[in-house]
Design a protein around this ligand. Structure first.
Ligand SMILES: [Fe+2]
Length: 294
């Protein structure tokens, strides 16, 4: 078992940017002792009906990094998102930094490489990324040590990134009144997700948790920050000591009722390429729709 030792004495400055089009929260995470920062889960804007990509959300992140005089060291993807496109390469071109994702991206690339019938030019070795994290891998953001915790279930490549007393859980957990993310995409597994959630909940109770998504259930305002202690006590899907059997039954039944995310088709094609839009044989940016393929 990997020894995850969180350093609760390090308190990174976390700036959240909510994207109302996809209900995604992107973060700028700054080392309190230097100008170094990381961006977690950026968003590239798409008008899918028009096939038009723009960069308003990414430009806001870039503007903040520049205005505060920060140095971007990492661009972290908690997983291959199915509901929004990553802006990682756009941001990297303007600010530098290394793009990192979980090593199981290879499984995701293999699965969706087949579904989208990608040719041999689509490498399925994770080489589109600068770093592939294994469970327990550590890396530095300025003087802060961060580590990646493998938390699969929503997807095989999901990682929770723990940076001082702040953990970025991706879609492993939602706010306590939102519960958890679906586990029915190819490679997803409700039982595995339950075990991953328990890993996150084994972090210290005071650990700050930052969500990748919030949908404002029951009409409340959008929120993105909670703690391990809060989730353990109150999460509607796993809190209060719910068993794995209860969770798997509930999650499986719920997932069967959910529609596919609106942007899953473009998101997967772009995000499995680290945010690059695929190109056709003439080098033009082009997306596919596999008919009855998902
Ligand atoms: Fe996701």
């Amino acid at each position: 078992m990997t020894d995850y030792s969180a350093d609760m004495s390090v308190h990174p400055d976390v700036s959240a940017h909510f994207d109302p089009a996809t209900n995604t929260i992107s973060y700028i995470v700054k080392d309190p002792a230097s100008d170094a920062c990381a961006i977690v889960d950026s968003v590239m804007d798409i008008d899918y009906a028009a096939g038009r990509i723009t960069y308003e959300h990414a430009d806001a992140l870039i503007a903040e990094v520049k205005k505060r005089g920060l140095t971007l060291e990492w661009i972290i993807e908690t997983h291959v998102h199915a509901d929004h496109l990553s802006a990682a390469p756009y941001i990297q071109d303007r600010l530098g930094g290394k793009v990192g994702i979980g090593e199981n991206i290879l499984i995701v690339q293999d699965t969706f490489g087949k579904i989208f019938n990608e040719g041999t030019e689509f490498q399925r070795d994770g080489s589109q990324f600068d770093a592939l994290f294994k469970d327990g891998d550590t890396y530095m953001i300025g003087g802060m040590k961060a580590f990646a915790m493998h938390t699969p279930g929503h997807t095989p490549a999901c990682m929770t990134h723990v940076i001082g007393d702040a953990a970025f859980v991706g879609d492993t957990l939602f706010m306590p009144d939102g519960g958890s993310a679906r586990a029915d995409f190819p490679g997803g597994d409700a039982g595995v997700l339950y075990d991953s959630i328990q890993k996150v909940l084994s972090l210290p109770d005071e650990m700050r948790l930052f969500m990748c998504h919030d949908y404002g259930p029951n009409g409340r305002d959008i929120q993105w920050e909670t703690t391990v202690g809060e989730e353990k006590a109150n999460n509607i899907h796993v809190g209060g000591g719910k068993t794995k059997e209860e969770f798997v039954k509930f999650r499986t039944e719920r997932d069967a009722t959910l529609d596919m995310p609106k942007l899953i088709i473009p998101s997967l094609q772009v995000n499995m390429r680290a945010g690059e839009v695929p190109k056709d044989k003439d080098g033009r940016p082009m997306l596919k729709v596999p008919v009855n393929g998902l």
